[in-house]
Design a protein around this ligand. Structure first.
Ligand code: CMP
Length: 136
């Protein structure tokens, strides 16, 4: 049964800085994701705190927000059948060391923080995260 979904993807500062954006976008396209919208932005630390609010009690929250606001990122709306799960599979485990071969984080990620991409983890968060970057 068809279950077309939209999910939010971010190409993080470490990947943008290494000029990997086009290559990573190609990986999404080759895996039949449509990139419906995209924008390159640099967000402030307080915006990053809002974006990652869900992690506010975690010990890594401050570093995570510092990091996401440390340089330009590319936010994208990806669309595909079961896009949320499919994107998480394509990204691989949060820690690149634990990610399977063939995943984006395995190929491009440097560390658990500099793991090159973010993707929404549920329908509810996908809606919130898409609104965060694209509601105007
Ligand atoms: P992301 O999918 O963007 O969601 C939250 C981010 O927190 C995650 O990717 C990691 O880059 C980062 N992070 C740092 N430390 C941890 C940790 N111990 N567990 C999970 N995520 C972490």
């Amino acid at each position: 049964m068809s279950n077309i979904q939209q999910t939010l993807s971010i190409i993080k500062p470490d990947a943008v800085e290494r000029n990997l954006s086009e290559e990573i976008k190609k990986v999404f396209k080759n895996n039949n994701f449509n990139i419906l919208k995209e924008k390159k932005v640099k967000i402030s630390k307080s915006e990053a705190e809002k974006f990652y609010q869900i992690h506010q009690t975690k010990p890594f929250y401050n570093d995570l927000c510092e990091y996401l606001s440390s340089g330009p990122i590319i936010a994208m709306i990806l669309e595909k059948n079961d896009a949320i799960l499919e994107n998480r599979k394509l990204m691989g485990a949060t820690d690149p060391l634990k990610a399977d071969i063939g995943t984006i984080r395995k190929k491009y990620g440097i560390s658990i923080d500099k793991n090159s991409v973010h993707g929404s983890d549920s329908e509810e968060n996908a809606k919130k995260e898409i609104d965060f970057f694209f509601k105007d």
